[in-house]
Design a protein around this ligand. Structure first.
Ligand SMILES: CC(C)(COP(=O)(O)OP(=O)(O)OC[C@H]1O[C@@H](n2cnc3c(N)ncnc32)[C@H](O)[C@@H]1OP(=O)(O)O)[C@@H](O)C(=O)NCCC(=O)NCCS
Length: 382
């Protein structure tokens, strides 16, 4: 057997290709999309503009953005058979599973689904980025036995999502918060779900299968599933005065604090800082339970950082987003789908970039089992 190679568990520290999409400076709380600081994009930009930036590598002109938005708008509706499938999904299905099912089914309606040329993938990326809000809102409404609402072509993706979810145009703060959420979650380099999409994309399978793989990877509690679980943890604690006791018990039980820690950030995640600002706005304006959960989260952050910062564990993007979503009345199990709704743009950007310089992703696993064992026929095995 060959000499034992170095094994990089979890592929930590391994670079799989060169990218110009986003850059994380994990020690200095910095995130850049195509060279632009996330703070600037969240302050001044829109999700549609961000998607354009991620895909084309530069900010659009006013005219280009208008055309791009128009293109997205034309692709927001779902084929009627897809709506029928959404209505048939069992009510106890987690919305991430429902999303995975629907995206997979939707692929069957795209005659160009096997076209992995840049142009072909681009067309599909427009379709899916435009349809994700429609799909997720439809899953939510169908589960409540409510009528499914068609997208309003006058509204952007974030506002449209809230409109289709609730049946009325959202207040300005909600629409802006959802747009900012989309910007913050749109892209984040070579994480588990981006890698999953590239593994599938690198076999030149098809775009829908690649995105379905991304959804599957994102769902896990160590990745996008953490935003739902962070909120559940605040609810479980319930009262700011119970934080210390809860934290000590959690540490003793080796429980992880959801929404803290990161493979790359060894400093405060800059996206969490922006979400925290919006979480505070919602806590102050909604009050009641939400305010109490905000206070729990604030106290837990203080206590946890005091103990965990020496291990370079800080707050990540999934810590505060739930407070914002709860402020808009979004059900807890839809928090990770909201992450997916934005991230489909980043997954697509990586597919465009990687497949253009494609090399099949095919790592190795070092074999430590036995060899040359004697095969005993079944009838002699007793
Ligand atoms: C994201 C995450 C998987 C990254 O982990 P990683 O790079 O694999 O780091 P490790 O699992 O090797 O953890 C290193 C140490 O920090 C601890 N740690 C990491 N995250 C922690 C957390 N959220 N709470 C408490 N301890 C944590 C580990 O227990 C480990 O301690 P040890 O060395 O004493 O065993 C991890 O931080 C985590 O599970 N976080 C909670 C889930 C979450 O918020 N995910 C969203 C990420 S955006």
């Amino acid at each position: 057997m060959s000499e034992k190679p170095t094994i990089y568990k979890g592929l930590e520290g391994i670079y799989v290709y060169e990218t110009a999409i986003s850059y994380i400076d994990g020690f200095n709380s910095r995130l850049y999309y195509r060279g632009y600081r996330i703070e600037d994009l969240a302050e001044h930009g829109s999700y549609e503009e961000t998607v354009y930036l991620l895909w084309y590598g530069r900010l659009p002109t006013r005219r280009e953005l208008k055309d791009f938005k128009g293109n997205l708008r034309e692709n927001m509706e779902l084929p009627p058979p897809v709506i029928e499938v959404i209505k048939k999904i069992p009510k106890d299905t987690h919305p991430m599973e429902a999303l995975r099912t629907v995206v997979s089914y939707l692929g069957n309606f795209d005659p160009g689904r096997f076209d992995m040329s840049l142009e072909g993938m681009f067309r599909k990326a427009i379709r899916l980025t435009a349809k994700f809000p429609t799909i997720i809102a439809a899953i939510a409404r169908a589960r409540q036995g409510k009528e499914i609402i068609d997208p309003d072509p006058r509204l952007g993706l974030a506002e449209n999502f809230l409109y289709m979810l609730n049946g009325e145009r959202p207040p300005e703060l909600w629409a802006r918060a959802m747009d900012v959420s989309n910007i913050l979650y749109a892209e984040h380099g070579m994480n588990a779900s981006a890698f999953a999409t590239l593994v599938v994309g690198s076999t030149l399978s098809d775009y829908y299968s690649a995105i379905v793989a991304g959804i599957g990877a994102l769902r896990g509690p160590l990745h996008g599933g953490a935003n739902e679980l962070a909120m559940r943890q605040f609810i479980e604690i319930g009262d700011p005065d119970k934080v210390e006791e809860w934290f000590e018990k959690a540490r003793a039980a080796k429980r992880r604090i959801m929404g803290m820690g990161h493979r790359v950030y060894k400093s405060y995640d800059p996206r969490a800082r922006i979400f925290k600002k919006y979480a505070k706005m919602f806590a102050d304006s909604v009050g009641g339970d939400l305010k109490r959960y905000y206070e729990v989260a604030e106290r837990l952050e203080e206590v946890a950082l005091a103990k965990l910062a020496e291990k370079r564990i800080f707050t990540n993007v999934d810590y505060w987003s739930g407070i914002v979503y709860m402020g808009m009345g979004i059900p807890l199990d839809f928090y990770t789908p909201l992450f997916a709704m934005a991230r489909v743009a980043g997954w697509s950007a990586h597919l465009f970039e990687y497949v253009a310089q494609n090399r099949l992703i095919r790592p190795r696993a070092y074999y430590v089992g036995e060899l040359d064992k004697e095969y005993i026929p079944l009838e002699q095995r007793g």
